[in-house]
Design a protein around this ligand. Structure first.
Ligand SMILES: [Zn+2]
Length: 389
């Protein structure tokens, strides 16, 4: 609450100080005295901020630790039962919803098959809102916010400006529509490969701060992470690996071009070439040594390798993390992919350049929830339950 005549700067300072507390506690729990030491704030300021965040369920204070000399310290931590972060992914053939608590633990996960390609925006939003509604009822907790992952190019205002595999949603603002259907504040919206890359950054610190995350679904996308930050390009078009050309006169692509990576390495092409009806069957055929399946995967790996080599020659990133279908087929696809990288990528080879994403099909939804969580920890005053600090 702002008293009349309070200088505006005071609110800004308090907002900044709240973020010092939450980001410090995201790194490690600590007592009020330790927080004062870590942040450089006075003990009185820390106590006032901690009390405020406890009153909003963002923090909890544990019982006094008995060991040691002097007054026993009470550890302060982020509250795993406090408000939570919602992540949603709408993809071409499925929907995923996941919820992370303030400590980053997965608290709820739903995956649902959905043939979205031929659907109108209203139909897609209706089924998504139904699934999210179920999760929210089960959760019964307030939200830190929500984010939506989409398989296409997302503009800064949340418009899905290009999504050849989701024509019904293209040109619209699915994040706004979903927010309206659920009665939530506007959702953060981003490309699914970008959010998958963020999830990877959070889940797998060993990958390092510079990598390309390849998301292989029906479309093929890439999330570029440079110095620990996503590189989106000026208009959000960066990372469109699926539409890097590998054969100038190749088959027509939904993007309007020809011979794109997606036409050789996309999930549907892969299944068709292998003569398999679904991913499980393809995996089984690969495991059984079926020649047609192995050949289809090798061809996909080769085309992906050619496209990735071009991307690496432009971006100079040291690591490629394979996600989605490519993570599932990792052993089978790696030889042909690596052969093309060896032949075409100019940067010297480093050990462990190609790695398998530890995340499954929920990577983008987890990344979406993670983005909400990161935003809340960086600016807890912006959390809806804390509005008006
Ligand atoms: Zn294309």
């Amino acid at each position: 609450m702002t008293a009349l005549g309070n200088p505006a700067g005071q609110q800004t300072v308090r907002r900044h100080n709240l973020s010092l507390i939450t980001t410090s506690l995201a790194a490690a729990p600590g007592s009020r005295a330790q927080l004062a030491q870590r942040t450089g704030l006075t003990k009185a300021t820390v106590s006032s901020l901690v009390d405020h965040l406890i009153s909003r369920d963002v923090l909890v204070e544990g019982p006094p630790a008995t060991a040691g000399i002097g007054r026993p310290a009470r550890p302060v931590t982020l509250n795993p039962e406090g408000p939570m972060a919602l992540g949603v992914e709408v993809n071409v053939d499925y929907l995923t919803v996941c919820v992370l608590d303030l400590t980053g633990q997965l608290r709820c996960y739903r995956h649902s098959v959905a043939e979205n390609r031929a659907r109108s925006a209203a139909e897609v939003i209706e089924q998504t809102a139904e699934l999210v509604g179920e999760v929210l009822r089960e959760l019964g907790r307030p939200l830190l916010g929500a984010a939506l992952a989409l398989p296409g190019v997302v503009g800064a205002d949340g418009t899905l400006s290009r999504a050849p595999n989701l024509p019904g949603l293209t040109g619209g603002q699915p994040g706004r529509q979903l927010a309206a259907a659920l009665g939530l504040p506007p959702l953060l919206v981003d490309n699914e490969a970008n959010l998958g890359a963020l999830a990877c950054l959070r889940a797998e610190p060993a990958v390092g701060p510079d990598f390309v995350y390849v998301s292989g679904e029906i479309g093929v996308g890439a999330g570029l992470v440079v110095a620990g930050e996503l590189f989106r390009g000026v208009n959000g078009f960066a990372g469109e690996l699926g539409h890097v050309v590998v054969a100038q006169d190749g088959p027509d692509c939904g993007c309007g071009g020809r011979g794109c990576v997606e036409q050789y390495a996309g999930q549907e092409v892969l299944l068709r070439t292998a003569g398999q009806p679904g991913l499980e069957q393809l995996e089984a055929a690969v495991a059984a040594g079926d020649p047609a399946a192995l050949d289809a995967v090798a061809r996909a790996g080769s085309a992906l390798g050619v496209g990735l080599a071009s991307l690496l020659n432009v971006m100079d990133l040291p690591t490629v993390v394979l996600g989605g279908v490519y993570a599932r087929l990792f052993e089978a696809i790696t030889p042909s992919l690596t052969a093309q990288l060896d032949r075409r990528a100019l940067a010297p080879r480093g050990a462990g350049r190609l790695s398998r994403s530890p995340l499954g099909i929920d990577a983008a939804a987890r990344g979406a929830a993670g983005a909400v969580l990161d935003r809340a920890l960086r600016d807890p005053a912006g959390i809806p339950v804390l509005a008006g600090v």
